[in-house]
Design a protein around this ligand. Structure first.
Ligand SMILES: Cc1ncc(C[n+]2csc(CCOP(=O)(O)OP(=O)(O)O)c2C)c(N)n1
Ligand SMILES: CC(=O)[C@@H](O)[C@H](O)COP(=O)(O)O
Ligand SMILES: [Mg+2]
Length: 623
């Protein structure tokens, strides 16, 4: 029987010999590789963290101690070892387990994650709560070298001293974010990787740990560590300056090293950061060689499905537009917050290296930096996933919109995103964006409108937001001829009767499909309208269209609360119109992982749901 198969409980790990523990790491890697190549997921990060997780579970007890992951995309081995091996093959599927820690999934997942750089703040909170409640468990925050460079993590580091509590920080340094990590602090960390004084400190800790007497002597030893730290640290260490003991760097794949130092950390009474060096993708050659490609991979394509020539993704269509604009206008610059790969900006970065900025995982900074670039006379396009825009709403309001800076915020992954699940959906940008004075908001249904909207946004003197979903961008949807985008007009794609179907962006193909199905079923054809502009809304056209229909259905890939539908409903009510009105949007809930299709269906984005709304109207008019 395999070692993994023999484990009934993570506590069994403690009885493993060092050889068995290290063999177990090999088995965990095989399991992760098998499932993730099939299901998709965050392969490279999880492979790199296996020994650290095994070490943690041999030294700490998550039933008592709190282990908090950052982003949570590296925690697959933890899931497997804390009772989820038998369901691990349901990873990221509808009804299966999440790709991220979830406290509702397991009592050993102490903090839900997905967005980065929260582990230190949450860890400090847990630690302080422990102190105030007079408890004595350990709190461990596990953070990657990319996530550590985010403002939130730095704020937490700054707070460690005044919080005056013990926190163990595991820094999992694999030298990568999704792409290479960037910035001055990244370089500072890189220097620590090789600085000889840190190596001497490591040698000191290892040597003394081995001979550390149990119980007695620990305080004296720790005093010596402190003195030694002072003696060897030249130049000053960023973490030590913040009053956080820095230990390392250690080999994050050497279980003996890991366990030695974790054992010491348990007995230490101060906040400590332990710097481990790991290899992203460890144990799977393609991922070791290309950690960016294997950071996150999709599920294996179904071989029974016909292979259609792939359409460009929305992200690459945007990159094409930006390259074209940048070639024509030297003021155009493009920005990302650590998502160059996902936002498909590689070609822009290659063609315009001086006009491309990856600011690291720093969404707030991204938007204020863009505001400064615009104020300085450039035409910045800040690309950002809708979910991560949540981190920067303040900057969108205060630094961009309120001051009227002509920044284009290109909102990628707007809507339901599939397998990453609830932490990664972009369902709030419309409700919030709509409320921001002075912000123009658009949503293209195809590449033609995408180009037109960017062209138009570049002519504006103020800020704009263009939202598009995860997935492929259709080249043309509906009529190719359309109202000039500068008119701000919505477009009626199909003139029908009785029912008016309204949508924008991703929901337009669905509305057209429903309209076609009505024709097929012999029902009256509904009208179909694409809003194109979410702010300002084209009220004049809408009033005309609404007044000639008996039923209005608006379908939006965003939360219903604060939706365009909500505004439309209020408008219809104030006009005192007697019209059947319904909003199909995402209900007041978090939508779990699954395919985008499954999530769409669960939210009522299906032809069947639309037909069920359209039919009663028809039935009521039947003789
Ligand atoms: C707020 C936020 N911005 C961006 C991301 C996307 N993202 C997920 S993992 C990651 C890289 C994290 O690097 P690191 O912490 O070093 O972990 P590694 O993948 O190297 O293990 C990024 C940018 C995110 N999850 N949250
Ligand atoms: C963990 C994380 O936040 C990213 O890796 C995210 O999963 C990327 O999503 P896409 O696959 O949509 O680029
Ligand atoms: Mg990293």
């Amino acid at each position: 029987m395999s070692l993994l198969g023999a484990i009934r409980d993570y506590r069994d790990l403690r009885a493993f010999s060092p050889e068995e523990a290290s063999a177990l790491c090999g088995e965990l890697r095989e399991r992760i590789i098998d499932v993730v190549l099939d299901r998709g997921g965050h392969l490279a990060s999880s492979l790199g963290a296996v020994e650290l997780i095994v070490g943690l579970l041999r030294l700490f007890d998550p039933a008592e101690d709190r282990i908090i992951f950052d982003v949570g995309h590296q925690a697959y081995a933890y899931k497997i070892l804390t009772g989820r091996d038998d369901v691990f093959n349901t990873l990221r599927t509808w009804g299966g387990i999440s790709g991220f820690p979830k406290h509702r999934e397991s009592p050993f997942d102490h903090f839900d994650v997905g967005h980065s750089s929260t582990s230190l703040s949450a860890g400090l909170g847990y630690a302080k709560a422990r102190d105030i409640r007079g408890e004595s468990h350990e709190v461990v925050a596990f953070i990657g070298d990319g996530a550590l460079l985010n403002g939130l993590a730095l704020e937490a580091l700054n707070n460690v001293k005044s919080a005056d509590t013990k926190l163990i920080i595991i820094l999992n340094d694999n030298e990568w974010s999704i792409n290479r990590k960037v910035g001055g602090l990244a370089e500072c960390l890189a220097r620590m990787r090789s600085h000889s004084s840190y190596r001497r400190l490591k040698a000191f800790i290892k040597e003394h740990c081995r001979n550390l007497p149990k119980g007695e002597g620990i305080e004296a030893f720790l005093g010596r560590v402190k003195d030694h730290v002072k003696a060897v640290l030249q130049p000053s260490n960023f973490f030590e300056e913040l009053d956080i003991s820095y230990w390392g760097p250690f080999d994050g794949h050497d279980l003996e090293d890991i366990e030695t130092v974790l054992a010491l950390a348990r007995r230490y009474d101060r906040p400590v950061l332990i710097h481990f060096l790991t290899e992203k993708g460890r144990g799977y050659r393609p991922a070791e060689e290309n950690p960016t490609k294997f950071h996150g991979i999709s599920c294996r394509p179904d071989p029974s499905l016909p292979k259609e020539p792939p359409l460009p993704s929305w992200s690459s269509a945007v990159c094409d537009v930006l390259r074209e604009r940048a070639a024509a206008d030297p003021r155009v610059v493009a920005l990302t917050a650590a998502m160059m790969e996902g936002s498909k900006l590689n070609a822009f970065a290659r063609d315009f290296p001086d006009r491309f900025f990856d600011v690291g995982i720093a969404e707030g900074h991204l938007l204020t930096f863009a505001a400064g670039l615009a104020a300085g006379g450039l035409r910045p396009v800040a690309t950002i996933y809708a979910t991560f825009l949540q981190r920067a709403m303040d900057q969108l309001v205060e630094d961009i919109a309120m001051q009227g800076h002509p920044v284009i915020v290109a909102v990628d992954r707007a809507g339901l995103v599939g397998e990453d699940g609830e932490t990664h959906h972009g369902l709030l940008d419309v409700c919030w964006g709509r409320a921001v004075p002075g912000l123009a908001m658009m949503a293209p249904r195809d590449v033609i409108d995408l180009q037109a909207m960017f062209d138009y946004a570049f002519t504006l003197a103020g800020p704009s937001m263009i939202r598009y979903p995860r997935g492929c961008a259709p080249l043309v949807v509906g009529p190719e001829i359309r109202p000039d985008i500068a008119s701000g007009r919505a477009q009626c794609l199909v003139e029908g009767e009785e029912t008016l179907l309204i949508g924008y962006g991703s929901t337009i193909p669905l509305l057209l499909e429903a309209q076609q199905r009505c024709l097929f079923l012999g029902l009256p054809s509904p009208s179909v309208v694409d809003l194109r502009f979410l702010k300002p809304l084209d009220w004049t056209s809408l009033d005309d269209w609404i007044s000639t229909h008996r039923r209005v259905l608006i379908v939006e890939e965003g939360y219903a609360a604060g939706s365009i539908g909500e505004a439309l409903g209020a408008h219809i009510a104030t006009q005192g119109l007697s019209i059947d009105f319904k909003v199909i949007a995402v209900a007041d809930a978090y939508i779990p992982q699954g395919t985008q299709e499954e999530q769409w269906k669960s939210c009522g984005f299906s032809v069947e749901t639309l037909l069920s709304q359209i039919r009663p109207c028809h039935v009521s008019t039947a003789p």
